[in-house]
Design a protein. Sequence first.
Length: 314
Amino acid sequence: MLRRRRTFDPPVSDGQTTSPGTTVHPSRRWGQADHPYTGRTAALATKHDKLPLIAPPLEDAVGLRVEAVAVDTDALGTFTGDIPRQGPPLDTAIAKARLGMNAAGRPLGLASEGSIGPDPAMPFVHSDREIVVLVDDENGIVVWESHSSWDIVAKSTSVGPDEDLGPFLSQARFPEHQLIVRPNCGTVHPIHKGISSLDHLTAAVAECAAAATDGLARVETDLRAHACPSRRAVIAAAAERLADRIATRCPACGAPGWGRVDVLLGVPCAWCGTEVPRPRAEIDGCVACEHRQTRSIVSAEVRADPGECPYCNP
């Protein structure tokens, strides 16, 4: 339930100036002692051991205590697809956080959600994008951050009961990364998850191959957070970014969560001046008010390579 929104104290000026014509930059970070979340406790909805990934950066950055709440986050979707995810990743992460908040009876909640698959820019490479979100019903705000990485182990193969899995297991970094086995065709079940021993793997392949219409078992990386160390690293990086964002206050209203909300594209081509769709500026914004500031990330003198230009290199 949404509670009355708190009014944050706007930050004071730190006396730093930017380029001519811009306003004075206010101080944008709290000391931990006076952050509004210092000494508070947030409920982390997790079924897969995410507490050691998410809690430390938040405790270090703003003094926010985090407690794990064991709720059935699988009800909102699973990587194996036996329970489909109903909405976009951010909406799912927020829904997870609210599950934990409701279970713990707290107005502050945390959760994460991952999306793993072919990278849109390079379909032959798998990428992992992790979102970590803080829901604050006391102040009516939601703060989130994400981190993406290609350093994710996400392997799969189809095999018969007597085939050699040695090369695949090496690529899949088994048993450090656990596995899932299911029928390759014809039926969803049985599904064996969290496989970390050769005996379990051999038995699971035999059972699932026997159940499949093509006589093959599907063997793939178990992408749940507790079973996939390479994914854990990406979640931890996203939590670090969230902690930094929560530690940064809006220069207008003082609310936590100031950071990038959009990117502006358009760098002139060095030959013809046509704008090439490369980032030229980022827009920072507040989660509690409408304040926005544009921040250049390339100088006005920078020109794009004509090889990227849709006119010079159609």
